[in-house]
Structure formats: structure tokens, C-alpha cells
Write a protein that binds this ligand. Sequence first.
Ligand SMILES: C[S@@+](CC[C@H](N)C(=O)[O-])C[C@H]1O[C@@H](n2cnc3c(N)ncnc32)[C@H](O)[C@@H]1O
Length: 187
Amino acid sequence: MSFLQIVVLSFYILLLLLLTIFITSQFWIDISNMKLKSKFGLPYVPTSRRRLRKIMEFAEVKPGDQVIDLGSGDGRMVIAAARAGAYAVGYELNPVLVWWSRIKIKCLGLSKNAVILRKDLFKADFSKYNVYLLYTMPWVMDKIQNRLNESKYDTIRVVSNTFQFGDIEPLKSATKEKVYLYEIKKS
Ligand SMILES: C[S@@+](CC[C@H](N)C(=O)[O-])C[C@H]1O[C@@H](n2cnc3c(N)ncnc32)[C@H](O)[C@@H]1O
């Protein structure tokens, strides 16, 4: 096979992968209120590298932390947290993204401390984690906020990409990157 054929084949494989991710996300747009949703409730939009750096800076993930990404996409947040030494779990419904993130985790040798579960994020056990990484939607933020008191930890850190909680003030905000850190203490 010539170099050109390999390039063309790789291009088609990439195209097929992107198409599959798009189709399995099953987007639809509600024009009346301009909400973009997928069958799974949230569209797949990966966190950019710049924002991921800011998220990790705010989250201060360290060994011993139990981290969860609610809607883990291609696993980039889970992988970043596992690389920082934490035990990281991602909840993701899209089968292609689950498969792709599991492959990346295996190839990077992170299988011991990074796990992707093909499960609905609302069915996650909120008691187990002390660091929450989020890139969701406003209506999901409200639901998550109501569940955070289920954590067994006295203090939890939540870092959110783009969206903020309705009635909690962030401890830190990166307005340029739209990344917000919350520290929530048990009352
Ligand atoms: C905005 S993307 C964020 C992806 C990743 N966390 C990142 O920051 O790059 C949201 C992800 O949540 C997934 N998702 C949507 N609804 C979900 C649900 N109910 N349970 C689990 N995952 C869900 C989507 O498939 C999508 O991959």
C-alpha cells in the first residue's frame, strides 16, 4: 500500500468515526427555545486543551482523590485526573465514546486508576467522590447541585466548564476560559 493510500484510508476511518459519534449522539434542536439536546440529554462537545489545563489547575487533583466526570465524552478529563494520581471515574452513555475512551486509557497504561462506565450520570453514586468535573448544561447543573450533599466527604471540589450553579458562588472563576471552581462544605 502506498503512502497516499494509507493517508486516504486514515482520512476515511477518521470521517467514519466522527460520523458515528455524531449519529450516536442523535442531536436535535428545539427551535422554539433554542436548546440543543441529544437523545442522552447533553450533546458531545469536548473540553478544549486550554480549558482542560485550567480545570486541572483549579481542581488540584492529587493522589487519594476520588474524581468523577459526569458525561465523560472521550475521557480526556478522566485521563487528566488519573495522570495526576487520582482514582477517576467517567459516566458516559454514548457507546462510541465509551469504547474510544477505554482504548485510550488502556494504551496509556492507566487502567488501574481510570474507569469509564457506560451508565447514566444521574445513576452515579454521589457518595463516593470528593472531586466533580463537569461540562454539562444548565438544567443538569441544577440536578447535580441537589445531589452533592450525598457525598461522604466533608469538603468537595467541583470544577465546571462553562456552566455555573444557580445559587452557589464560585470560589474561583476564570472568566476568559469560563471555568468555575466551587468548594462545598458539609453544613
Ligand atoms: C459536553 S460533553 C463533555 C465531554 C467531556 N466531559 C469533556 O469535557 O470533554 C457531555 C457528554 O455527556 C454525555 N452524556 C449526555 N447525557 C448523559 C447521561 N445522561 N449520562 C452519561 N453521559 C451523558 C454525552 O454523550 C457527552 O459525551
